[in-house]
Design a protein around this ligand. Structure first.
Ligand SMILES: *[C@@H]1O[C@H](CO)[C@@H](O)[C@H](O)[C@H]1NC(C)=O
Ligand SMILES: *[C@@H]1O[C@H](CO)[C@@H](O)[C@H](O)[C@H]1NC(C)=O
Ligand SMILES: *[C@@H]1O[C@H](CO)[C@@H](O)[C@H](O)[C@H]1NC(C)=O
Ligand SMILES: *[C@@H]1O[C@H](CO)[C@@H](O)[C@H](O)[C@H]1NC(C)=O
Ligand SMILES: *[C@@H]1O[C@H](CO)[C@@H](O)[C@H](O)[C@H]1NC(C)=O
Ligand SMILES: *[C@@H]1O[C@H](CO)[C@@H](O)[C@H](O)[C@H]1NC(C)=O
Ligand SMILES: *[C@@H]1O[C@H](CO)[C@@H](O)[C@H](O)[C@H]1NC(C)=O
Length: 463
């Protein structure tokens, strides 16, 4: 008996040792970042920690650009003890300079930051061409490497330890490039499909998934979340329940655009954006008449098709689609079921209704439901009032306006799904399985929202 007890004690010591020193050996590393919505621009921001010592930093959440960038200016604005330039490697620099030969390699001495960070003042370092996807402004910037950190997801609490990426590679942009972006934003978090996206850089360094999932907040007062390094589960907290939203995702294939069309440079790398196969749009169950050739990607010039983008606060529709869509919406809204009559619109909107006549629930105002039909008739991205209508309330008016815009003739993609339509949706950008998963929290019976991931924005104080 005595020796058995001793054995048990020894065994339990062994297990305690094992648990202490080999925690979560098989568990993947999940990183989380708060996602916020800017009240003035209606654009989304992502919060991270950057530099040494680590500082909370707000970046524009972007799904299209090739690489991340941060404004540097001079050593007073870029104050970090850990950054360095990278020596010129033509293939790599050509990629970051969009093939522009004058951008390949530059003399480190002429950079604004201290030349002590160059291997020698005359070293040739990599240049790049950071651009602002909202205003299209762009300029030359050096490529830097510094430390980026995000909280890991711990099992008991929401924020775990900070996990650092010491070789975070980004472009050092001139300060004026943030013009037009939300206040407090000092750069861009590239979350497209490039190998330099934030998720790909963390994924390579930590040998975890390169997939990304984002729950977009529905208001500037709440905070959503971005998950890095995981395919799920994604747990949301409802009252005392912990709900795994992974099983509620609907999937649609991601489509490759063979031609890079984002920027007019010698090389605009393709495959960087998230295209999906929209086949029709229904309003209150009725099909919007659309010229089908607009919905496929033209293999010669890359035009057409449907993509997800956060650079626009409202979905952009090609002019003929916009016209047919708004006409059908107005007609369906005027039917006896809704009995709504348009009123004088307020810019930038074209279709508005008086708030007085509209019934509002937690799914938004009661208006015709819009369905984006993907691939087959049974894969539907449902857009309820909360995602289709925008409240415009001031001293003069109180309206609900249709939050879709005419993309104009210059927009190369026929349908650019924008911010308003992504709110309160969990969207998974699963690059490993080449598919996009989505789930509208508004369609759930549990009255959930992205705020129920219970993430607090550690960069909220930055104005
Ligand atoms: C840079 O940061 C360090 C440590 O946070 C601080 O002591 C120093 O004053 C800062 N320098 C400038 C130029 O702001
Ligand atoms: C370098 O500094 C000058 C003067 O402070 C400024 O005009 C310029 O935009 C800066 N360049 C970059 C890349 O930030
Ligand atoms: C950063 O370092 C990791 C290994 O620590 C490597 O796998 C990754 O490719 C590096 N990233 C870049 C952008 O060089
Ligand atoms: C969450 O749901 C996914 C999809 O159904 C499932 O594969 C996974 O095992 C679930 N994870 C947990 C921890 O419940
Ligand atoms: C449909 O659009 C394509 C491409 O814009 C155009 O060539 C064609 O004439 C259009 N067809 C109709 C019936 O409008
Ligand atoms: C529709 O609305 C108008 C005015 O808003 C009202 O006069 C009419 O009675 C309504 N019709 C129905 C069927 O509710
Ligand atoms: C997820 O799907 C399951 C099965 O269809 C359903 O019972 C559950 O209510 C859904 N969860 C949410 C949050 O809507």
């Amino acid at each position: 008996m005595h020796s058995l007890l001793q054995l048990l004690i020894r065994l339990s010591f062994f297990f305690i040792f094992f648990i202490l020193f080999f925690p979560n050996q098989t568990q993947q590393t999940t990183l989380i970042s708060p996602v916020s919505k800017d009240k003035h621009t209606n654009l989304f921001t992502l919060s991270v920690y950057l530099k040494t010592p680590l500082r909370p930093t707000k970046l524009l959440l972007d799904l299209s650009f090739l690489f991340p960038w941060t404004v540097c200016g001079d050593t007073a604005t870029y104050n970090s003890s850990s950054y360095h330039y990278i020596d010129c490697d033509e293939t790599f620099c050509e990629y970051l300079g969009f093939g522009n030969p004058s951008l390949l390699c530059q003399d480190c001495y002429y950079s604004n930051l201290t030349s002590s960070h160059c291997s020698s003042p005359a070293t040739m370092v990599c240049a790049s061409y950071p651009a602002n996807p909202v205003t299209n402004a762009g300029d030359v910037g050096y490529v830097l490497v510094d430390t980026l950190a995000l909280p890991g997801l711990s099992r008991s609490t929401h924020y775990g330890q900070l996990i650092s990426l010491s070789n975070y590679t980004f472009s050092c942009a001139p300060s004026y490039l943030v013009k037009g972006l939300p206040k407090g934003v000092t750069g861009l978090a590239a979350l497209g499909r490039s190998k330099l996206s934030v998720q790909a850089q963390f994924g390579s360094a930590l040998s975890t998934s390169h997939s990304l999932a984002i729950c977009f907040p529905g208001s500037s007062k709440s905070t959503g979340v971005a998950f890095f390094g995981t395919h799920g589960p994604y747990f949301v907290f409802s009252k005392s329940n912990k709900i795994n939203l992974s099983k509620n995702l609907t999937y649609t294939p991601l489509i490759h655009n063979p031609i890079g069309i984002t920027y007019d440079f010698p090389i605009s790398p393709p495959y960087n954006e998230y295209y999906i196969g929209l086949t029709s749009i229904r309003v209150n169950g009725q099909h919007v008449p659309i010229n089908a050739s607009l919905l496929t990607i033209n293999k010669q010039n890359g035009f057409g098709g449907t993509k997800i983008a956060t650079r626009t606060p409202y979905t952009l529709l090609e002019p003929s689609i916009y016209k047919a869509f708004t006409e059908l919406f107005i007609k369906e809204a005027s039917s006896s079921r809704f009995n709504l009559t348009v009123t004088n619109p307020v810019k930038p909107f074209k279709v508005c209704y008086s708030a007085k006549g509209l019934m509002v629930t937690n799914k938004g105002p009661k208006v015709p439901i819009i369905d984006f039909v993907l691939d087959r008739e049974n894969v539907v991205w449902r857009i309820m009032g909360a995602n289709s209508m925008v409240r415009v309330k001031n001293k003069k008016v109180d309206l609900w306006c249709l939050g879709f815009m005419d993309g104009g003739v210059k927009e190369k993609t026929s349908i650019v799904m924008g911010g308003k339509q992504l709110e309160e949706n969990l969207v998974q950008f699963d690059v490993e399985s080449n598919r996009l998963g989505f789930f509208s929290l508004l369609t759930s019976h549990h009255s959930l929202s992205c705020a129920d991931f219970k993430v607090t924005d550690f960069a909220k104080h930055i104005k």
